[in-house]
Write a protein that binds this ligand. Sequence first.
Ligand SMILES: [Zn+2]
Ligand SMILES: [Zn+2]
Length: 445
Amino acid sequence: MFRNRRSVLIAPAVCLACGLLLFVGQESSPPAAARVLEAEGQLQWYRGNLHTHSLWSDGDDYLEMIAKWYKQKDYDFLCFTDHNVLANRERWTDVLKNKGGQKAYDKLKASMPKDWVEERTVDGRLEVRLKRFDEVDKQFAEPGKFLLIQGEEVTDRFRNLPVHINMTNVTELIPPLHGDSVYEVMQNNVSRAVAQRERTKEPLLVHLNHPNFGYGVTAEDLMRVRGENFFEVYNGHPGVRNSGDAKHASTERIWDIILTRRLAELQMPMMYGLATDDGHNYHKIPSRGSEPGRGWVMVLSDELSPTALIGAMERGRFYASSGVSLSKVVSTPAGLHVDVKAAEGVTYKITFIGTRKGYDPKSKPVLDKNGKPMNATQIYSDDIGQVFKTVEGPTGAYEFSGDELYVRALVTSSKKHPNPSEVGEVERAWVQPTVGPGVPKTESE
Ligand SMILES: [Zn+2]
Ligand SMILES: [Zn+2]
């Protein structure tokens, strides 16, 4: 299903700060081609993490303690995404054998109400009942203030290549469906999610996790997956190799290759980038494990609900962050404008990145030491993901010259990340891509 483009009268106005021509709609909502992201009236920025593990799989803390942590740290929403399981049935955990051990148990007992923790002894061993999602939701959710969302990390693989896909607001468990290639594994699981969404009418957001974890997913495989329009450009787990290595493209490079080929060759929708925690370790922060608080999304929405948040994200009304906050992002047929919410004593660099029409589409495989092609994202020319412009300062704009397929922006700050997942990491924000003039934007409903 493709959305019809609305044709409305638009009045051009000039942004004084940057000289960029902005198109301001006469109607209450701007035309489809313009996207103005700024808190105003009902529209607010909501901060959330969409990738979280608990004792329901391989995290080391109880669901309720994790909900409490995020709520206290000023997050607005949190999605639990344990591996191949939903927290919707009775389950007991051995207090000392589970990943949290005595420490997690002691903290749970100390911070929850007296009658909250249910215990039993089996064969002389102390067990605690893991709370279900609905119980934790009832305890911590507050309308308009804090939202909990049920999710799942569908944890699949092809041979030894991991393929992990998050399902935000899933209503029924999706078991890993496998397939005869990495591409097929992804497509099978995504298609099941799309079918569930159509059947239940409940919005469900699918995003591909950490493509470089185990170097499982290449740009060429991911770009072809129908219904898969989000991926993690930043994942806070220290083992996921966001930056790639000598033989493997970084997640940013993967993003540019996918955007270029989807828009120019495949006529598929844009891919949007997320930052997430993928938290597993909650007892020593900061540390060198996979702790919470490293990466998140900021979604501009008129309501704090799964429907509103997912709807906003599907319209590109969000950005990803590992510390940098933005106050305004404007995408119009004329270009892309970014305003950083500058922090005291911090400097910013805004890099506008994209690909022009007429780029060199050739690619070649990465070879291993025996000269054999590897399972790795191919090598392309520097035409793909070029730096169009760099601005030093908290405000920047890029004006289209007419031959761009898309432009996106990366904001890099001078501030070191307080709990980096990679050595030397600084705080960043990733602005979603916007299509160039005359480039058909394929939107999925
Ligand atoms: Zn994973
Ligand atoms: Zn995970």
